[in-house]
Design a protein around this ligand. Structure first.
Ligand code: 1BN
Ligand code: ZN
Length: 361
């Protein structure tokens, strides 16, 4: 069963490059309208129902077809029951502190002093890990710039790689924008996840797949979000991994973006791979966090798309309803006071449990 949302013009202001909203009813439910409250009940029931759909059933969606992510078959083995796995304990307060440290550097746009400081910060926090710096030069509408993706590698006993990622840059030349949620929260949660994977290492390996944590540079557009002015770091790395054969080894790619919002609602992204999104929902449900997941269906354009285009299974964990009508997004209001350690707990633990599920596929 699927909720059919019609666009009657009420959400017209939300339509923008990179973002396409599908579930109007569930979106409007946040606003406290009584009709919408009824719709919410219906939406939640329908959403729960839709979770049982197979990935094949939802792969007819044209939004999925555009990335090719839908064509990637789900793993052949039956899914592991997440309730049989140990409960993960990602430290949300620590993730929040990392985010606060990063935000204190000020704006982190490419070429800014804050950008250099966050790069130094990543080097210092990851100094004991196998850290690779993927340096490249990006051509943007404002000229060419050096950029760097950071990759912390935690080798595993299984043959294959799970990528967990986010971005650390902020909007170009915006001196009033510190991106606590947008760019800050992804940096912080990945550092807290690094703490977890570091503690799992025995004789230089973790039990399971290799986990690679990636902090992308240049996610934000320099002028206006287009295919050529956005996601510079992920486009560069996807191309590199496609060329050198790494992409074929990637079992799953998860992106965390804007996950610190105290009012956490992770979208179901129609541009992500259905079986991986389903697996994430099963992990969230096992941990009792399902109310924070998939109230809306959206089509997101973000750092996962370059990997979807080369056939890697991807999932974007993003809350794109940040403040009333997403009012804090890309504004000077994107500050630490809007975030909660609980949201970092939720997303961190769900990502961790999903990794453990993938390990056992
Ligand atoms: C997310 C956070 N994005 C940028 N900062 C991606 C995006 C781009 C989302 C355009 C919607 C529209
Ligand atoms: Zn942004």
């Amino acid at each position: 069963m699927k909720l059919k949302a019609t666009n009657n013009g009420m959400n017209a202001g939300l339509e923008q490059p990179g973002f396409h909203i599908r579930s109007l009813l569930s979106f409007r439910a946040k606003r406290g309208n009584p009709i919408v409250a009824m719709a919410l009940t219906l939406t939640l029931a329908l959403a729960a129902c839709s979770q049982q759909k197979t990935s094949a059933a939802s792969s007819s969606d044209p939004a999925r077809a555009q990335t090719g992510a839908a064509s990637k078959a789900a793993p052949a083995t039956p899914g592991v029951d997440p309730s049989t796995l140990p409960v993960p304990h990602v430290d949300g307060a620590r993730a929040m502190q990392y985010t606060k440290d990063v935000v204190a550097f000020g704006p982190r746009y490419v070429s800014s002093p804050g950008h250099k400081k966050v790069e130094e910060f990543l080097r210092s926090k990851l100094k004991d890990d196998n850290l690779e710096e993927d340096r490249f030069t990006a051509t943007t509408p404002d000229g060419t710039f050096p950029m760097t993706n950071f990759i912390a590698k935690f080798p595993g006993t299984n043959d294959g790689i799970i990528v967990l990622s986010g971005h650390y840059d902020t909007l170009y030349n915006r001196k009033d924008f510190v991106g606590a949620n947008d760019g800050g929260s992804s940096t912080g949660i990945l550092l807290a996840l690094a703490d977890q994977f570091r503690s799992q290492m025995k004789n230089g390996r973790r039990e399971g797949y290799s986990v690679w944590l990636v902090w992308f540079d240049g996610e934000e557009a320099f002028q206006h979000w287009t295919d050529t002015d956005s996601v510079y770091g992920s486009r560069q790395l996807a191309e590199k991994w496609n060329q050198d054969g790494t992409a074929k080894k990637v079992k799953a790619f998860m992106l965390a973006d804007m996950i610190g919002d105290a009012d956490l609602n992770i979208e179901r992204d129609l541009n992500s791979t259905a079986w991986l999104e389903d697996m994430i929902y099963r992990a969230a449900t096992a941990l009792g966090y399902q109310s924070h997941f998939y109230r809306r269906e959206v089509g997101m354009d973000d750092d996962h798309i370059p990997f979807a285009k080369i056939g890697v299974p991807v999932a974007d964990l993003i809350d794109f309803d940040y403040g009333y009508d997403n009012a804090f997004w890309h504004t000077s209001e994107d500050t630490m006071d809007k975030l909660s350690p609980k949201s970092f707990d939720i997303v961190g633990n769900v990502m961790m449990l999903t990794v453990e599920m993938l390990d056992r596929q």
